[in-house]
Design a protein. Structure first.
Length: 113
């Protein structure tokens, strides 16, 4: 049975929404104010704040308040658990496909003899 990792679930959940992905795309260019992200998305501020809360919970975004301005910054290192999981899945499936290839090759040789 697969190991359940709540942090990985939060990452996949955060990235499952196109609006949040667009916010991360913008933040990958550099920090931005919440109001700038709201203008970019066309959503009202409360909606943007809910999306940012999901990104923060996943560790993908760090926010900082300076006076009345809340700034957000992308934390790309937070993607590491997801990248590790995907790499593990790739290795598992490549091994399975290699075994299938060996099996089919062996069957083909047996048919020829």
């Amino acid at each position: 049975m697969a190991k359940h990792d709540p942090a990985l679930d939060r990452l996949f959940h955060a990235l499952s929404d196109p609006t949040r992905r667009a916010m991360l795309h913008r933040l990958a260019q550099g920090p931005a104010a919440v109001s700038d992200l709201a203008a970019l998305s066309g959503f009202r501020l409360p909606t943007v704040l809910r999306h940012l809360a999901v990104l923060e919970e996943a560790g993908l975004v760090a926010t900082q308040k300076d006076g009345r301005v809340r700034s957000c910054a992308f934390r790309p290192e937070a993607l590491r658990p997801m990248a590790d999981w995907l790499e593990e899945q790739r290795r598992i499936w490549e091994a399975r496909l290699d075994r299938l290839d060996d099996y089919v090759t062996r069957l083909m040789k047996e048919r020829k003899t």
